[in-house]
Structure formats: C-alpha cells, structure tokens
Design a protein around this ligand. Structure first.
Ligand code: THU
Length: 131
C-alpha cells in the first residue's frame, strides 16, 4: 500500500492533469497525463507524445517513467493517469509491463466515471514478464 501521507491520490491526479496539458497529440487528439509519486513526496510526470509513424507514439505513463529515471528516481510508489472526461483511462498493457519493471506493487490512480479509482499494478498486471 502506498504511503499517501506524502501526497494524496487527489493531488497526484491533479498533477497528472497539469502534465496532460503538454500532450503532443496531433493524430489522436487524445491527451493523457501521468504523474508518478516517490516515497520522499516528489512527483515526476509525463504526457503522451505521438508520431506520424503511429507505432512510435509514447504513452504518458512511459514518458513519466523516463523522466523519473533521468532524475535518478527508480521506484515510484504510485502513479496517476488522467485523460479528461472519459469513462476510464487505465494504463495500456505495454505501460503496465514497463512500470512493473520499477515497482510491481505501486498503486495506480485512475478516474472512473468521474470518481477516483485505485488498483495496484500487480492487480492490473498479474504475472508480469521477468527475466
Ligand atoms: N495513451 C496514453 O498515453 N496512455 C494510456 O494509458 C492509453 C493511451 C495514449 C497513446 C496515444 O497517444 C493516445 O493515448 C490514443 O491511444
């Protein structure tokens, strides 16, 4: 269970919303923001960045994790994902595996029908691939 005393799920979701404003989405026009929380209370985020060669597009969650790694933060305790007014936006399968590399037990904060919804990454991706 994440230590929510350092940053509430609501605050983390609001940070994800700020990163969402930076999304580069000329093709899908579907903006996503993600914010990762670390045990010291720091938050690092990212947005989706698309490409004319569609398959090269990067999701917000992976962009956030890349941003974290370059600051030396390798073990997020939670992640929030925000995609605006949609029924639910949960991390895609690739992002689940990518995040699980760093902490399979992190909590994932999502919006479901306008309400916060929290699940652990290990619930969303049981039996992650490992070497
Ligand atoms: N996308 C994310 O950034 N995160 C998700 O969890 C799901 C999908 C992006 C990828 C693409 O830029 C756009 O949303 C539409 O699929």
């Amino acid at each position: 269970m994440a230590d929510w005393s350092v940053c509430s799920p609501e605050k983390l979701m609001s940070e994800a919303g700020k990163y969402r404003q930076m999304a580069y989405v000329p093709y899908s026009e579907f903006s996503v923001g993600a914010a990762l929380l670390f045990s010291d209370g720091s938050v690092i985020g990212g947005c989706n960045v698309e490409n004319a060669s569609y398959g090269l597009s990067i999701c917000a969650e992976r962009a956030a994790m890349l941003n974290a790694v370059v600051t030396g933060r390798l073990r997020p305790i939670a992640a929030a994902v925000y995609a605006g007014d949609v029924p639910i936006c949960s991390p895609c399968g690739a992002c689940r595996q990518f995040l699980a590399e760093f902490n399979h037990d992190m909590e994932i904060v999502m919006m479901k029908s306008g309400e916060l919804f929290i699940a652990s990454l290990s619930e969303l991706l049981p039996h992650k691939f490992s070497l």
